[in-house]
Design a protein around this ligand. Structure first.
Ligand SMILES: O=C(O)c1ccccc1NCC(=O)[C@H](O)[C@H](O)COP(=O)(O)O
Length: 273
């Protein structure tokens, strides 16, 4: 773990401890059990949505970032997720970290009844407590970042996520993290952003996909998602040819006056390639 990631995780630990003081883990487990028992908000499969979709775009709701500062300060979770779905998104990613990304769990709670596509809780997940929160507010999937977890922690959180009905998108950045992949993982995301320098390089996705193909000999190849720094339909086209089924895109859409329309135009151009 390094740089901004260490800072974010240090803050997460403090944040989770204070949330547990306000609402105990035991209480949250009880709330999640009620949600599961009622069965009124079953999780939708993001993996199936991406596998079945022609576009595979996971459109991200992102107000700010450590690398860019404010991108869309006044973004409303009542509007943009709906516009993303209408614009052709296959799934949504909603950043729920407040300090560094200007998001909150309320953004998922707000969007959930307004859209039909799966929602990924995008945060820095290190504790069961955050999985319970995700399920209670209506997320369908969670991100687990290899760089924030030991392989054992990652396995334990994956099993717990599954018990709650949540799918797992495992994020890796380097070849050394390929060892985190196992048959329990639903989707593998390759992050193109170097969290030390903040630079994005889509070549990282091509490199890692090649290494993964060699490592798995083409068998049991997981559903792959390319994350960060995707700004053109041509890049998406090339990533698809390299075996990616999901494309996580935030800033390219969020920095425009109308993110839903920007997504629609992006897909229109992609369809011509
Ligand atoms: O976006 C950042 O600056 C950032 C910094 C540190 C950790 C994570 C960060 N981003 C989270 C993401 O993974 C991206 O929001 C996501 O992949 C979309 O990326 P983009 O299309 O480049 O907005």
């Amino acid at each position: 773990m390094k740089d901004i990631l260490s800072e974010i995780i240090a803050h997460k630990k403090v944040e989770i401890a204070s949330q547990k003081d306000a609402v105990s883990l035991q209480h949250l487990r009880g709330q999640a059990a009620i949600v599961l028992h009622e069965g009124t908000t079953p999780c939708r499969s993001m993996k199936s949505a991406l596998a079945a979709s022609a576009t595979g775009i996971i459109a991200e709701f992102k107000r700010r970032s450590p690398s860019k500062g404010w991108i869309n300060e006044s973004a409303r979770s009542e509007e943009i997720p709906v516009a993303y779905e209408a614009g052709g998104a296959s799934a949504l990613s909603i950043l729920t970290d407040e300090r560094f990304f200007g998001g909150s769990l309320r953004d998922i709670r707000t969007a959930r009844p307004l859209v039909n596509i799966p929602i990924l809780r995008k945060d820095f997940i290190i504790d069961e407590y955050q999985l319970l929160q995700a399920r209670i507010v209506g997320a369908d999937a969670v991100l687990l970042i290899a760089a924030c977890l030991t392989p054992e922690q990652c396995n334990d959180l994956t099993l717990l996520a599954h018990e709650l009905g949540l799918e797992v998108l495992l994020e890796i950045h380097s070849p050394s993290e390929l060892s985190y992949i196992n048959k329990e993982i639903d989707m593998v995301g390759v992050n193109n952003r170097n969290l030390g320098s903040f630079t994005t390089d889509v070549e990282n996705s091509f490199r890692i996909a090649g290494q993964l193909r060699e490592a798995t000999n083409g068998t049991e190849f997981p559903l792959l998602v390319s994350e960060s720094g995707i700004s053109s339909p041509a890049t998406l086209h090339n990533l698809r040819a390299a075996g990616f089924h999901g494309f996580l895109i935030g800033e390219t859409f969020m920095k425009t006056a109308s993110p839903g329309d920007a997504l629609k135009e992006f897909i229109k151009v992609s369809d011509r390639l």
